[in-house]
Write a protein that binds this ligand. Structure first.
Ligand code: IDP
Ligand code: MG
Length: 137
């Protein structure tokens, strides 16, 4: 099985609410390997690039404001099937639909503040990681 890398970002609500340790421990417990972690304020270049597929959608401006509402914690994890394992840990996009036991199911309430981002494919991860960690490109 081939090793993959995935980009995972703890969004401003997760940092504001002091959930970083609880969330990061779920990834560590999964067996994935932490490759990088940083506490940053996302730049408008970075948010524009990360969410460019959503540009023009009704929620785009509120999504960008949310991502800039406070610091985030950016991380990269590696391991076999890292992308899909991370998405399973994260759960469905809408916390109201995310299963209990998932990060969004356990820590989130509403779609507008859904706690965490995870790359949705290997191709997305390869695009997203260098936006935040140019050295890992
Ligand atoms: P994902 O984060 O599960 O991959 P995407 O569809 O890629 O979900 O959407 C990116 C982010 O945009 C979501 O995590 C969420 O923060 C936000 N978002 C998506 N759809 C809506 C919506 O209908 N209203 C408000 N925010 C949304
Ligand atoms: Mg997505």
């Amino acid at each position: 099985m081939s090793t993959e890398r995935t980009y995972v970002m703890l969004k401003p609500d997760a940092v504001r609410r002091g959930l970083v340790g609880s969330i990061v421990s779920r990834f560590e417990n999964s067996g994935l390997k932490m490759e990088a972690m940083c506490h940053i304020n996302v730049s408008s270049e970075q948010s524009g690039e990360l969410y460019k597929e959503h540009d023009g959608k009704p929620f785009y401006q509120s999504l960008i404001s949310y991502i800039h509402s406070g610091p985030v914690v950016t991380t990269v994890w590696s391991g076999p099937s890292a992308v899909s394992i991370a998405r399973k840990l994260i759960g469905a996009t809408n916390p109201a639909e995310a299963a209990p036991g998932t990060i969004r199911g356990d820590f989130g309430l509403i779609l507008d503040e859904n706690v965490i981002h995870g790359s949705d494919s290997v191709k997305s991860a390869e695009r997203e990681i260098p936006i935040f960690f140019p050295d890992l490109a």
